[in-house]
Design a protein around this ligand. Structure first.
Ligand SMILES: [Zn+2]
Length: 313
């Protein structure tokens, strides 16, 4: 179950990607352990995502405050709806303007996991004193922030990919791209609340920015030169899920039966491998035109894993 010898989110580190642009990376990047980031402008700081728990978010904001001499966090953006990137929103100062895509705001507003997490992860993260805080500013496709002289463009791909409300943050001058969970660097990608087709499309879209630096939603930051290889691995994985799901639908096998009968091959080394089952649920739902059975996808992943999915407190 891989629960031993993990380096947990308490070992999060803030690194300066380029002058005044930061990546907050929490090891080991598995379930509920995300990356965040920040951009310091002339008149305040933009935060890119919060963390799953109050403690983790405070740890991030403290490190950021130390690096920016206490500059005010004037803006924050959520790259998507998932709790590991958003549940800490309420830890941000009240004065921080929180931004998100329209569909993201809606989804966080109705996210059933916030109050009632099924017993599928262990241990359950210690959320702390977080409350559900939604963006007060929404965008549909694009929004540009001017942090003094520094420009940050927020872009939605125009379709559902990792989730319906994905947003990337792009610094055109510094050529830094914050991708949220459109990239899982070295871990199993998760697309069960999104779309396999959209996730595939988003790869070419991210490539088109031609970034020099990329901060993914999970896993270590990468240089632009590494991006092609990382995107190619995502493409192979998404196609593997799609092909497996197509075979299973044709042969009348359930996602769980399909996962049990399919070797993971080159993807077996990635953490959170049980996401294969959940991703198969998404692929199947879209192939047969049915809504995703969220609870079944989660419980099947637990079944395949042989117990609750490991995460950190
Ligand atoms: Zn996510």
């Amino acid at each position: 179950m891989g629960q031993t010898a993990r380096t947990g989110p308490e070992a999060g580190t803030l690194s300066e990607v380029v002058d005044g642009v930061y990546a907050w990376v929490q090891p080991d990047g598995t379930w509920w352990v995300n990356n965040a980031g920040a951009v310091a402008g002339d008149d305040g700081v933009l935060v890119v995502d919060t963390c799953a728990t109050a403690t983790r978010t405070r740890r991030f904001l403290d490190a950021l405050g130390a690096a920016t001499a206490g500059a005010p966090v004037r803006w924050a953006v959520n790259t998507h709806q998932h709790g590991d990137h958003t549940y800490g929103n309420s830890v941000l100062p009240d004065s921080t303007v929180l931004i998100g895509q329209t569909a993201m705001r809606e989804a966080l507003g109705s996210d059933p996991l916030f109050e009632d997490l099924p017993p599928v992860w262990e241990p359950v993260p210690d959320w702390g004193d977080v409350t559900r805080r939604l963006p007060s500013v929404t965008l549909d496709r694009e929004l540009t922030l001017h942090l003094g002289g520094r420009r940050v463009d927020l872009h939605h791909p125009g379709y559902t990919a990792h989730t319906p409300g994905d947003v990337v943050a792009w610094l055109p001058e510094e050529r830094v791209l914050f991708t949220g969970d459109l990239i899982f660097h070295g871990l199993t990608p998760l697309v069960f609340m999104g779309s396999l087709d959209g996730a595939l499309r988003s790869l070419e879209w991210m490539r088109s920015f031609a970034p020099d630096h990329v901060v993914p939603g999970h896993g270590p930051p990468l240089a632009g030169a590494e991006l092609d290889g990382v995107l190619a691995a995502h493409e192979r994985y998404y196609r593997f899920v799609l092909t497996s799901a197509e075979d299973a639908v044709r042969e009348g096998r359930s996602p769980l039966e399909c996962a049990r009968g399919t070797g993971l091959g080159e993807f077996g080394d990635w953490a959170d491998a049980e996401r294969f089952v959940m991703n198969l649920h998404r692929a199947r739902a879209d192939l047969v035109g049915e809504p995703l059975d969220l609870v079944r996808a989660l419980t099947d992943a637990v079944e395949w894993n042989g117990g609750p999915m490991p995460t950190s407190l």
